[in-house]
Design a protein around this ligand. Sequence first.
Ligand code: NAI
Length: 328
Amino acid sequence: MKIAVYSTKSYDKQYLQSCNTNKHSLIFLEEALSLDTVSLAKEMQVISIFVNDDGSELVLKALKEIGIKHIAIRGAGYDQVDLLCAQKLGITVSHVPKYSPYAIAEHVVTLMMALNRKIVRANKKVEGYNFNLDDLIGFDLNEKKVGIIGCGKIGAIVAKIVHGFGCSILVYDTVRNEEVIKQYQAEYCNLDYLLENSDVITLHTPLNEDTRHLIDKTAIDKMKKGVMLINTCRGAVVDTQAVIDGLDNGKIAYFGMDVYEYEKSLFFKDHSKDAHSDTLFARLLNFENVLITGHQAFLTDNALSNIAQTTMDSFDAWSVNKFSATEL
Ligand code: NAI
């Protein structure tokens, strides 16, 4: 089966090829899926996309017109595809629901600890032979309250890790995870209680209409002064301008982000030689207490192997069963 793989990076090619046992002819495209690039998948029935590809109604209709019947997302989140529209058009969609929650959870803790212990600043100082410690004071994570918003696969691993640090855990989720309560003594509470009582807040919900701008000015106003906020789920779960205001007025003392509300035109590409027009992002870069990675929380060898294998399994399953949209 011939398959167009949109938004291909060198690692996608490497990991997908390593588990493709010559069953499929993979056409690796650097281009992202958009209205302009749909035609690259002509005469194929299956495509694969990543987080910032465009799966909106117009694009799906164009895909349908050229005969695309299945979209395999190489990731967990599926907010980039209009699923209802895909179903109406008879286009099936698969994703990789669990490839390594550890990869993301461990990145969360990396951001937490690097912010807390000011690792980036410390390293810059040491590189300049400045061993003065004055501005590097951190805090013990032990006995701090960590608020986890969305405690599914990734949130539960974060709970496990911070429990090991000696933190107490507050959880806000629409579904209770009894295992997290039993194993790590997590306390489920409403959103306001979590916002008001957490020293560190980490976000792990999907992006949908209920969670878009869940962390807005009202939510930030309720947080403890000096809170640490970590966002590795989706950029638009926070209102970025409200977070900047929270950083400006000192309510938020640390902000770690792996995802950005307007990352689509920025992330996953080298823009070092381009003119930079995103003033919101430039503002974030200016804060010493903001640590940014460019959507790399998933980027471990284990996660990439699992993503490639599950994506390949979806290609295989589709080529054998040609499952219909209603079966998903
Ligand atoms: P999951 O589906 O296992 O967990 C999500 C949790 O959020 C569930 O427990 C669900 O009940 C809860 N939830 C949903 N709506 C909610 C709401 N309105 N309020 C409170 N809780 C709500 O998903 P998983 O695997 O833990 O991933 C979470 C998100 O992390 C993904 O949707 C994706 O957007 C993001 N992600 C980011 C990656 C990165 O590289 N930065 C990589 C993988 C996932």
